[in-house]
Each structure stands twice: as structure tokens, then as C-alpha cells.
Design a protein around this ligand. Structure first.
Ligand code: PLP
Length: 362
């Protein structure tokens, strides 16, 4: 670890790989020999064209996307996608299905309802405080899509196998686990992910749209809210979030060239998660809040015997250079977000701190 840097378990914005931060620093004042920073060059320049193309191509290679997928960069975060998805893909004669697995899914549902669209809640885990991923679901009639949240950042649950919809397009909010594992993209009509958890800085959202979905889009949408416009203009209808796209490209380069692709990343992420879950399961002091078969490999949520100890835990962890371990303000408790950029070393350091804390306070 570099001096002055901590082990960062923030949920989002979250840690970026140190080599990526170093590369940003190295090239910041003079990108590609231009004598300018990436934040100072034209988004219509050859240099930026290369940057955005590279980010698109790396996305396609890493996720093994066929040519019928469009890779788009949109501002407004994942939250704008909550309303763009139904605006574009839910026509008035159809229903949209949603599976409610927590805070972010609830917000996505609220946005579709805001449009006064016809929504069916195909399944929900609200009955047990969103501590699990539902195993069964019921699609409504004439379904335009099924929307899921692949990883529930706040509740600490994650879809292991994606639901079989029998041809109904899946739409997934993958904000907190995009590029963390191998997926079969074919089933997805739309994948979106705010960059700031796993692939870049805040201010840009990656959206991956299957081409056939574009034909569903009504022609009376404002251009800034129309996926076709982003697709036709290669995300350059207006000035895109240039810096964010540049950093995404660097993170994906790191994923491909340093980590060695998503199979490797998945393996590392499984190791990291196992380290922490084994520890949670080894005694009575820490208690995982998600059901075992639904546990997230990205956000490990847990409680200590009481809130006083939880506060002490978070504070003492910080004194030991372990940051970001407080649970989301809506649920309390503790949470270790161990996205791609969290190294095995950082998770091992956290695990030994946790053992020590238990010995002293258990
Ligand atoms: C953080 C998060 C969001 C919200 O993202 P914004 O970019 O802040 O709009 C949505 N969904 C999930 C799963 C998240 O983790």
C-alpha cells in the first residue's frame, strides 16, 4: 500500500485500482502528447475518439458482447436509468415486471410508477427485510421486460443465477457488480451501471443495450432521454462525461491486462468474499444479515452484538487504516464493500482486524 492511502471499503463512490490512479496522475497534464489534460481536449478530437472507442471495445471484449449490443455512456447515474428504461421500453399496451430486492429496486419501481405505467411486482423479498433473492416469480401478461437489481448494495444480496424469463428481455441494474464476474449477456435487453462502484468515477453510467430493444422506443422522447440517440451518435450527441469515460477505459484495461479478464476477477472476488463470510460464520460475535444462499460477493453486510460495539468497530477500524465500514444509513450495522479494486491484501487485513476486535470485545 502507498503511504497515506488507506484500505478503502466505501460502498460508492468506491476505491479505484491504485495503478489506474497512478496512470491518471502520470498522464493528467499531457494526454497522448497533446500538451493538454483529458479534461481540456475536444470531445470531437481524434484523441478522445480513441479513448471512447477503447472503452467500448474493452467493454465488449470483457463481457463477450456480440455486435448486436450497443455500449453507451450516459450522465445522470443509475437513477436516471430508473426512468429512462420504462420511458423507452415500456409501451402503453404492455406491462413491465419488477423484482423488488431492496432500496434500489424500490426506487426503480417508483420511477416506472411515476410514469403511470402498468407495473407488475413479479416477486419481492420485502417480507424478510430484503435479506434474500426470491426463487420464484410470476411474470404479468404481455410483459415488456423483467427488471432486476443484480447486486443489492445496501442489503448485501446478489443474484447468483439470473432468472429464466423465457424470452422476455431482462433489464438489470448492475451498478454494484458490473464486471465483477462472468455473465451471459445474451438474455439482457439492457444492462446499466453507475460507474462509481466498480468501474470508474461518478458522473457516468454505462448502458449496454441490445439492438432489437431500440425498435421499441417511441419517437416522441426528448433526445437526451432516448437510447437511440446515444446509439446513433455514439454517446456524442452532446458533450459526454469525458473524464469518466477515460477512467472507465483505464479500469477496463487494468481488468483485461493486469487481472486477466472476468474469469480471473470472479475467482479473486470469490476468494475475498469467502474470507469474510467464513469469519462471520465462525462464531457468534459477527452476524451476516443476508441469507446464506443470497450473499453478495461485493457488499458484505453484518452486525455486531450491539450498536455501541458497531460504532467502536468502525472507529477502531479507521484508526487501523480500514475505512468505509459503516452500514448504509437506512439499515445501520456494518458493511465491507469489496469491489474489484479491493485487493486480497486489504480483505486479509480487514479479516485479521475483525478477529482481533472480537478477541478484545467478545
Ligand atoms: C449506487 C446505486 C444506484 C444509484 O446510483 P446513482 O449513480 O447514484 O444514481 C443504483 N443502483 C444500485 C444497485 C446502486 O448500487
Amino acid at each position: 500500500m502507498k503511504q497515506n492511502r488507506i484500505f478503502n471499503f466505501n460502498a460508492g463512490p468506491a476505491a479505484l485500482p491504485t495503478p489506474v490512479l497512478e496512470e491518471i496522475r502520470e498522464s493528467f497534464l499531457n494526454i497522448a502528447g497533446s500538451g493538454m489534460s483529458v479534461t481540456e481536449i475536444s470531445h470531437r478530437s481524434k484523441i478522445f475518439d480513441d479513448i471512447i472507442n477503447e472503452a467500448i471495445e474493452r467493454t465488449k471484449r470483457l463481457l463477450k458482447l456480440k455486435d448486436n449490443f450497443k455500449v453507451l455512456f450516459i450522465q445522470g447515474g443509475a437513477s436516471l436509468q430508473f426512468i429512462m428504461a420504462p420511458m423507452n421500453f415500456l409501451s402503453d399496451n404492455k406491462t413491465a415486471d419488477y423484482i423488488n430486492t431492496g432500496t434500489w429496486a424500490t426506487k426503480a419501481i417508483a420511477q416506472a410508477e411515476f410514469l403511470k405505467k402498468d407495473i407488475n411486482i413479479a416477486a419481492s423479498s420485502a417480507d424478510k427485510n430484503f435479506s434474500y433473492i426470491p426463487k420464484q416469480f410470476n411474470l404479468g401478461k404481455n410483459s415488456a421486460y423483467l427488471h432486476i437489481t443484480s447486486n443489492n448494495t445496501i442489503k448485501g444480496t446478489q443474484w447468483d443465477k439470473f432468472p429464466d424469463t423465457g424470452g422476455v428481455p431482462l433489464i438489470a441494474d448492475m451498478s454494484s457488480d458490473i464486471m465483477s464476474r462472468v455473465i451471459n449477456a445474451e438474455k439482457f435487453g439492457l444492462i446499466y451501471a453507475g460507474a462509481q462502484k466498480n468501474i470508474g468515477p461518478a458522473g457516468v453510467c454505462l448502458a449496454i443495450v441490445r439492438e432489437d430493444m431500440l425498435s421499441e422506443i417511441p419517437d416522441n422522447l426528448p433526445p437526451m432521454l432516448n437510447y437511440s440517440v446515444y446509439s446513433d451518435k455514439k454517446s456524442l450527441y452532446n458533450t459526454p462525461p469525458c473524464f469518466g469515460i477515460y477512467v472507465i477505459g483505464l479500469v477496463l484495461k487494468w481488468l483485461e491486462e493486469t487481472i486477466g479478464g472476468l474469469e480471473k476477477m470472479e475467482e479473486i472476488n470469490r476468494k475475498k468474499a469467502n474470507l469474510l463470510y467464513n469469519l462471520l460464520d465462525s462464531g457468534e460475535f459477527y452476524k451476516g444479515t443476508a441469507q446464506k444462499d443470497s450473499r453478495s460477493k461485493m457488499n458484505v453486510t453484518f452486525r455486531l452484538p450491539n450498536e455501541e460495539l458497531e460504532q467502536k468497530f468502525v472507529a477502531q477500524a479507521m484508526e487501523n487504516n480500514l475505512g468505509g465500514l459503516k452500514g448504509h444509513r437506512s439499515v445501520g450495522g456494518c458493511r465491507a464493500s469489496i469491489y474489484n479494486a479491493a485487493t486480497i491484501e486489504s480483505v486479509e487485513t480487514l479479516a485479521s482486524f475483525m478477529k482481533e476486535f472480537e478477541t478484545k470485545n467478545g
